[in-house]
Design a protein around this ligand. Structure first.
Ligand code: HEM
Ligand SMILES: *[C@@H]1O[C@H](CO)[C@@H](O)[C@H](O)[C@H]1NC(C)=O
Ligand SMILES: *[C@@H]1O[C@H](CO)[C@@H](O)[C@H](O)[C@H]1NC(C)=O
Length: 515
C-alpha cells in the first residue's frame, strides 16, 4: 500500500504533470518569440497583489456606492491608457487607446471573440442570440436582421409619431407640474421596437397601469417586465465582475426575473408559431424580423432567444440616450433654448399634433440636434463597458513599454476590456473641458474615427444606429416643439445613473411649460 503511494506520486508527475509542464514551457517560449518578432513590450501593470483581490474589493465598494463606472474609468488617468491587471483567477488588459480598439473591432476582428465570459454568463437571460454568439451563429442572426434596417424601413417616422404622441399624452397637463420622463422613454422604445421588429407593439404607453415610477404593475408581488429586465441585467453585471467565477451568483431572484422576462417574449413566440393569433395583417412590402425567423424554424427556444436579444438592443440603449439628453438639457437651459430655436426654424411648433412633422431627411439636416445627441452619447455612451477575448495569439498596436508606444502581445485566451466612457472623456482627445456638456465642440472637428464609438465599429457595428438616431431625433423634436421651457425637479440623492449592461439616468424628473 505504502509502496503504491510512493510510486504513485512520481508516476503521476512523469505521465501527467511533466508533459503539461513541458507543453507550458513550449508555449511560453513560442509566445516570447512571437512577441519579440512583433516588437512587443509589456504594458504597464495595475498593482495586483493577492490575485488582484484588493482591486476587486475596491470595485465592489464603488459598485455599492453606485460608482463602478467612474471607478473603472478612473484607472486610466491613473495607470495609463493601456495596462494589464489581475482579476481573481484571470488577467485582463484594459485599454482606451483608439488604435487598439480599432484593432480589436476591425483590423484584427478575426483574432477576437465575445468569449465564454459573455456567452456563458449572459446565457440564463439572453440564451443564444446576436449579443452572445460568435462565428456562424452570429453571422446568421445578423443576416436575418439586416433587411430590417434598410433605409426605407428606418425612415418611417409615421410609425414613430403614434408612439411619441402617446408619450406626450402621458406628460402632465398643467404647466410646471413635475414628471419623470425616464420610465416613459423605456415604454416608448419598447413600444416602437416591438412594432418595428416584431410587427405588433406591446403598447405599454396605453396601459392604464403605467404608474409614475414607470413600472407596469400586474398584481402586487409580480415584478413588471421593466423591473425584471433591470434585475436580471443587474445580476449579469455582478456575475461579470467575478469573471470566470460568474456561476457563483445564481440566486432565486435572478432566476425568477429571467422567467418574467421570458414570459413577455413568449407572447411573440406564440404569435410566430400560430400566425392566426396575430391581429395585424402581414404586409407584403415590409420586412418583419419575427416573420423571417418564424419562417425558418418552429423551435420556441431559438425564437425566444432571437427576440430577446434584439429587444435588449432596441429598448434600453435608446431609452438611455433620450433620458440623458433631457437630463442634460434641463441642466443647460441655454442649450435647450438654442436647440429649440433650431428646431422651430426647421419645423415650426407643429401645433395640434399636425403642423409640420419632421421628415427623416429633414431631421438629419438639423445639425445642432446631431451635435446635442453626439455630445450626449460622448458623455453617456449607452454601452459604456465592453470587451473581447483573443482566440489566437495577436498584437495590439499601442500600450507596450514605459512610453506606451510599443505593441503589446496578446496571447490566445487573453481578455481585453475597453470602455467608451473612459475613451470619450480623454482630455487629450476632447480638450480640458472633456467632462463638460458642450455640443458646439462637434463643430470643431472632435470625435473623428476611432475616438468616438457609441455604436461600436467594424463587422459588429450597431445595426440599429440609424433607427436609434431617428427615433431620438424625432422624439426630441416633437417634445421641444411643444414645450418652451423645462426645469430640473429630480429628487434622488447620490449617483444619477444606473449601470446594467447599459446606462440610463435613475430618473429624469422635470417640470415642463407648454409654448
Ligand atoms: C442610442 C442607441 C444605441 C446605441 C448607443 C447602441 C450601441 C450599440 C453597441 C455599442 C453595440 C455593440 C455591442 C457589443 O459589442 O456587443 C450594438 C450592437 C447592436 N445594436 Fe445597437 N445601439 C443602439 C440602438 C440600437 C437599436 C435601436 C437597435 C435595434 C432596433 C440596435 C441593434 C443592435 C444590434 C442588432 C447589435 C448587434 C450587432 C452585432 O453584434 O452584430 N441598436 N449597439
Ligand atoms: C435597476 O437595478 C439596479 C441594480 O442593478 C438598481 O440600483 C436600480 O435601482 C434599478 N432600477 C430600477 C428602475 O428598478
Ligand atoms: C456625430 O458622430 C458621428 C460618428 O458616430 C459622425 O459621423 C458625425 O459626423 C457626428 N455628427 C456631427 C454633426 O458632428
Amino acid at each position: 500500500m505504502e509502496l503504491a503511494f510512493k510510486l504513485l506520486f512520481p508516476l503521476a508527475t512523469a505521465f501527467y504533470l511533466l508533459p503539461k509542464l513541458i507543453a507550458c514551457l513550449i508555449i511560453a517560449h513560442q509566445n516570447r518569440k512571437f512577441a519579440k518578432s512583433h516588437n512587443c513590450l509589456p504594458p504597464r501593470r495595475l498593482p495586483s497583489s493577492f490575485l488582484g483581490l484588493p482591486n476587486w474589493v475596491r470595485l465592489m465598494r464603488a459598485a455599492k456606492r453606485g460608482e463602478a463606472l467612474e471607478h473603472i474609468a478612473n484607472r486610466y488617468p491613473t495607470y495609463g491608457n493601456t495596462w494589464k491587471g489581475r482579476v481573481l483567477i484571470g488577467t485582463t488588459i484594459g485599454t482606451i487607446e483608439p488604435e487598439n480598439i480599432k484593432a480589436i473591432l476591425a483590423t484584427s476582428f478575426k483574432d477576437f471573440s465575445l468569449g465564454p465570459e459573455r456567452h456563458d454568463n449572459f446565457y440564463p437571460l439572453l440564451g443564444d442570440g446576436i449579443f452572445t454568439l460568435d462565428g456562424a451563429g452570429w453571422e446568421h442572426s445578423r443576416a436575418n436582421l439586416r433587411p430590417q434596417f434598410s433605409r426605407e424601413q428606418v425612415s418611417d417616422v409615421e410609425a414613430l409619431e403614434v408612439h411619441v404622441q402617446r408619450l406626450m399624452d402621458r406628460l402632465p397637463g398643467a404647466d410646471g407640474e413635475a414628471a419623470d420622463l425616464q420610465p416613459l422613454f423605456y415604454c416608448l422604445t419598447l413600444d416602437s421596437a416591438t412594432e418595428f421588429l416584431l410587427g405588433e407593439s406591446v403598447d405599454s404607453l396605453l396601459s392604464p397601469k403605467l404608474i409614475p415610477t414607470g413600472t407596469i404593475s400586474r398584481g402586487k408581488e409580480e415584478m413588471s417586465f421593466a423591473q425584471a429586465f433591470n434585475v436580471s441585467q443587474g445580476y449579469l453585471i455582478q456575475r461579470a465582475r467575478l469573471r470566470g467565477l460568474y456561476w457563483m451568483v445564481n440566486p432565486k431572484k435572478f432566476r425568477d426575473a429571467n422567467a418574467i422576462v421570458h414570459r413577455l417574449v413568449d407572447r411573440y413566440v406564440d404569435m410566430a408559431l400560430n400566425p392566426e393569433k396575430r391581429t395585424r395583417k402581414v404586409s407584403e412590402n415590409k420586412y418583419v424580423f419575427l416573420d423571417a425567423i418564424a419562417a425558418e424554424t418552429k423551435d420556441p427556444k431559438y425564437l425566444r432567444d432571437q427576440i430577446l436579444n434584439i429587444l435588449l438592443a432596441g429598448r434600453d440603449t435608446t431609452a438611455g440616450l433620450l433620458g440623458f439628453t433631457f437630463w442634460l438639457l434641463a441642466r443647460h437651459p441655454h442649450i435647450y433654448q438654442k436647440l429649440r430655436e433650431k428646431i422651430l426654424e426647421a419645423f415650426g411648433t407643429g401645433g395640434d399634433g399636425e403642423g409640420k412633422r419632421p421628415s427623416f431627411s429633414a431631421l438629419k439636416d438639423v445639425t445642432y440636434l446631431r451635435y446635442v445627441l453626439n455630445e450626449t452619447l460622448r458623455l453617456y455612451p449607452s454601452v459604456p463597458l465592453n470587451g473581447r477575448t483573443a482566440v489566437r495569439n495577436t498584437v495590439l498596436p499601442r500600450g507596450g513599454g514605459e512610453d506606451g508606444l510599443s505593441p503589446v502581445f496578446i496571447p490566445k485566451g487573453q481578455r481585453v476590456d475597453y470602455t467608451c466612457y473612459g475613451l470619450h472623456r480623454r482630455k487629450d482627445l476632447y480638450g480640458e473641458d472633456a467632462d463638460a456638456f458642450r455640443p458646439e465642440r462637434w463643430g470643431e472637428g472632435v470625435g473623428r474615427g476611432w475616438d468616438f464609438l457609441p455604436f461600436n465599429g467594424g463587422p459588429r457595428i450597431c445595426l440599429g444606429q440609424q433607427y436609434a438616431l431617428t427615433e431620438a431625433s424625432y422624439t426630441v423634436t416633437r417634445i421641444l416643439q411643444k414645450y418652451a421651457r423645462i426645469e430640473v425637479a429630480d429628487t434622488y440623492t447620490g449617483p444619477m445613473m444606473d449601470l446594467t449592461l447599459t446606462i440610463a439616468p435613475k430618473e429624469v424628473l422635470l417640470r415642463l411649460w407648454k409654448a
